[in-house]
Write a protein that binds this ligand. Sequence first.
Ligand code: ZN
Length: 277
Amino acid sequence: MVQSAECAASYLDWFCSLTSKNSARFSVTVVAAHPDDEIIGAGVQLTKLARPAVLFLTDGSPRNMHDARFAGCGSAAEYAKKRWCEALVALSMCGIRQDRVLSLGVPDQEAAHNMAFLSREVALLLDLLASDIVVTHPYEGGHPDHDATAFCVQAASSLLERAGRRPPAALLEFTSYHAASIGIETGRFLPNGGAVKTIKLSLQEQDLKREMFARYATQRQVLAQFPLSTESFRLAPAYDFTKPPDAPVYYERFDWGIRPSDWPGLVSEATRQLNLG
Ligand SMILES: [Zn+2]
């Protein structure tokens, strides 16, 4: 983590007060685990940016075929293609062209097993895109791919600094989901970071976001759990990823590729491979 708190806070202020008039001032890259996370977290803000880039770390298609079959697909590859096409259409509603949408293509539920590789790739792409601001997931034990993405963005920033390249000036977070006392909490952060800026969406913006959600037809049931009325952002805290998040781990209730007890070892191994210890 290399961002200076004072400087990064000014980027957060800028990002949360976007209008079409100042949208081209900084280069913004959204780094999301799965196709749909970017719209959940920042869909309406994305419409206000001149040329944002969106980078997905996974293809959104678990190899166990459960989701693929549910979506009527005969193979994981077919389901991945379907999700990619949904992403391109949803992002076109933000004015984002296909050449600004990238995927590293790791299978869904396997990002935590590939954090060293993904961190290096994210670093290369952030450098190529000359990203001033990165917006990504919080570390909150919601989905292991989300936590892995939070790790990879912070690791990539450190790799860039170590290489003498320019790291992003600010790492911001959008909301995703985490465990609640009963079920799931969406649209809010765990209280494990700094000040949260919440943008209230107008009725017109809510309609737009609803339309974006509708483009992700395969995710209809999941997306019904997310609010349309606000988007919230904050600076990424300097996490100790070897420690569990400050909440029950939501994904321990599911077979999503790793168990919570696997996480610290995977972080240690990625940190060792990246020589970031
Ligand atoms: Zn996700």
